[in-house]
Design a protein around this ligand. Structure first.
Ligand code: HPA
Length: 267
């Protein structure tokens, strides 16, 4: 049996009737949304082919259930490229989400902002990205489906719905370009000045490979960043993973309300 078939069998045993429409990936310190889902949680360790997400601040479990009456599948943790050098580490989990019925994927992450009008504690709706790491999760894929069009990778209709949900919640939500920097070290101030000149508004260590994979799989994608710090050289916080984990919950609370409001609108 293939890994994906094994994972699906485990999921079907735990949640025979689950038919999620919306999938989510939760970033560092953003796991609280999974707790709000009424349903079952399956640790990645029990799911064949799932990553053993080793980064603190992530809960490595797939949660299936309902949130605001909508069936969802929440990936509580991700494997980052910087863990094992695998840009396609999230391919199998995303294939599983699609097999279960998801047609939409909401991705969340923590980021460093370049913009004074999107300060720490605020959110940024990603409207485009710069793959500064230069790695594609589709290297080695041999079908013509690998030539993925990323012109509107961050779906305009979904973005409009998320903006409307933010407005309804009274939360500012500005759009911007996310640059993927491989990590795990943070960037230098010179690198941030360069990324800013290239047209980025924020930087982080995830999301981009997942967006590419999700578009490859035909999923509609939306992504929101929680700003945990001003990027290197732009603020006076001491940038660290501890700081990211400690700061993420401020934005996570806002993001949770926006996602819930968006889900209410789907019914
Ligand atoms: N850089 C990269 N990734 C991040 C940052 C940052 O400043 N903050 C949170 N994740």
């Amino acid at each position: 049996m293939s890994e994906i078939a094994k994972a699906l069998t485990t999921i079907r045993n735990a949640a025979p009737d689950a038919r999620p429409r919306v999938g989510m990936i939760l970033g560092s310190g953003l796991g609280s949304l999974a707790d709000a889902v009424e349903g079952v949680s399956i640790p990645y360790a029990e799911l064949a082919g799932f990553p053993h997400a080793g980064v603190s601040g992530h809960t490595a479990a797939l949660t299936l259930g309902t949130l605001e009456g909508v069936e969802v599948a929440v990936l509580g943790g991700r494997e980052h490229y910087y863990e094992n050098g695998r840009a396609d580490a999230m391919r199998l989990p995303l294939e599983v989400l699609r097999e279960l019925g998801c047609d939409t994927l909401l991705i969340t992450n923590a980021c460093g902002s370049f913009r004074a009008d999107i300060p720490p504690g605020n959110l940024m709706l990603i409207n485009d990205h710069i793959n500064y790491s230069g790695r594609s999760p589709l290297i080695g894929e041999s079908t013509d489906a690998r030539f993925v069009n990323l012109t509107e990778a961050y779906d305009p209709t979904l973005r409009a719905a998320l903006l409307a949900a933010a407005e309804a919640e009274g939360e500012p939500l500005l759009e911007g370009v996310y640059a993927w920097y491989s990590g795990p070290n943070f960037e230098t101030p010179a690198e941030i000045r360069m990324l800013k000149m290239l047209g980025a508004d924020a930087v982080g260590m995830s999301t981009v490979p997942e967006v590419i994979l999700a578009r490859f799989l035909g999923l509609t994608v939306g992504a929101v960043s929680v700003v945990t710090n001003m990027a290197a050289g732009l603020g006076n916080e001491n940038i660290s993973h501890e700081h990211t984990k400690a700061s993420a919950p401020v934005g996570a609370e806002k993001l949770g309300r926006i996602i819930r409001r968006y889900l209410v609108g789907l019914e």
